[in-house]
Design a protein around this ligand. Structure first.
Ligand SMILES: *[C@@H]1O[C@H](CO)[C@@H](O)[C@H](O)[C@H]1NC(C)=O
Ligand SMILES: *[C@@H]1O[C@H](CO)[C@@H](O)[C@H](O)[C@H]1NC(C)=O
Length: 359
């Protein structure tokens, strides 16, 4: 993929996805011409009920559903990389990007409404983990433009994405998940489980990228789960929040067997439309979780959670609409990241365990 050669510094690191790295306002060279215009959100947006905020965003997504943002070009990527602002995706609790900023990677996605349906095992956790959520939106992406003429051993896509859950009267909360930093050679988007904790980089270029990302968070291959535990979907704070240490999103068997038909000929031009055949009402992912770090703590394998002794199936992510491309989702929708540091605020004893293995 393009980034593996030209911007190794930023290759696929989890903290860079979905808007972490936004350009400064001059980055207009690859917006659609003319860029679809969408009405601004009301000033009292954050104070509204979750369902109202969902409807406002979904209207804008549907209103731009026939277009995706252009893939970032090489020169633009280099420029975006050079002008990274350090922390907005972690600090800015907003559903809308800063005007004029552009997602640096993962800037094309397929969007669908989803709900989170918890299992009995989720009752050990709090907030949205325990109760589930009716008002969610999933955005499925790949790292960057898929190649049109790959060799069999080439990486072709790097599946990953985010899920936003709206909450009454307070900002939304978001989950992030990726298969691996390096991506995969298979075109099957649903081939592998994704997780919020990734194995550390193995190659020199991703190791260099890690140092770069550690400007933002020491735990640059991890995002947190605690924000979902801290409030219920109706916006009430939870007195003693409890969140899983690590989660995996395991693709539904039916989707894995019958994935979006991405091919070298079509994946670049129509990445997001390939997901449109997935019916509303489908389970997209089952979420598996471990409550504590494994003993001993290990990170060097891409685990399949069903093989882990203490992993349980805690929820399903079920689609409530069809998937659609959306210029609004690509160019404007923002997903504030939860850093692993905020999980450590609830569970400081995890720090030493994680640091014993991750540098
Ligand atoms: C998208 O294209 C379809 C088919 O041309 C059309 O019916 C629909 O109105 C378009 N939607 C938008 C939001 O432009
Ligand atoms: C599973 O959980 C138990 C109870 O907390 C713990 O003692 C054990 O070490 C865990 N196993 C692994 C592999 O983490």
């Amino acid at each position: 993929m393009r980034f593996s050669s030209i911007v190794p510094l930023a290759f696929g690191l989890l903290t860079l996805q979905n808007g972490f790295v936004n350009a400064l306002p001059q980055a207009t060279s690859t917006t659609l011409d003319p860029a679809p215009t969408v009405p601004a959100l009301p000033d009292n947006y954050e104070t509204l009920a979750a369902v109202e905020k969902k409807d406002l965003i979904w209207d804008r997504i549907q209103g731009t559903s026939n277009s995706s943002q252009n893939w970032n070009g090489i020169a633009e990527s280099a420029w975006l990389l050079a002008t990274l602002p350090p922390r907005p995706p972690f600090d800015m609790a907003s559903d809308v990007m800063v005007p004029g900023r552009k997602k640096f990677i993962r800037n094309r996605g397929a969007h669908a409404l989803v709900k989170l349906v918890p299992t009995e095992a989720a009752k050990q956790y709090t907030g949205i983990w325990a109760t589930g959520a009716q008002n969610g939106l999933i955005r499925l992406t790949t790292l960057d433009e898929p190649p049109s003429n790959p060799k069999p051993e080439d990486i072709v896509i790097a599946p990953g994405g985010s899920i936003k859950f709206w909450r009454d009267g307070i900002p939304s909360t978001n989950l992030f998940f990726i298969y691996s930093l390096e991506g995969q050679t298979s075109w099957n988007y649903f081939e592998n489980p994704c997780s919020n904790h990734l194995a550390p980089p193995k190659e020199l270029k991703t190791k260099v990228g890690k140092k770069f990302n550690q400007r933002v968070s020491h735990y640059s291959e991890m995002t947190g789960t605690s924000d979902l535990a801290k409030f219920t979907a109706d916006g009430k704070p939870v007195p003693q929040p409890k969140a899983p240490f690590q989660i995996w999103l395991v693709p539904a068997a039916g989707l894995k067997a019958n994935p979006p038909p991405l091919t070298p000929e079509t994946a670049s031009a129509n990445f997001a439309s390939h997901f449109s055949a997935i019916p509303e009402g489908s389970t997209i992912y089952s979420i598996w979780a471990i409550p504590e770090p494994q003993s001993p703590y290990k990170v060097d394998t891409v685990y399949h959670p069903e093989t882990l002794p203490n992993a349980t199936h805690i929820a399903d992510v079920v689609s409530e609409s069809k998937f659609t491309p959306s210029y609004y989702g690509d160019a404007h929708l923002h997903f504030k990241h939860t850093s692993f540091d905020s999980d450590l605020e609830l569970r400081p004893e995890w720090r030493e365990i994680v640091r014993s293995v991750r540098d």
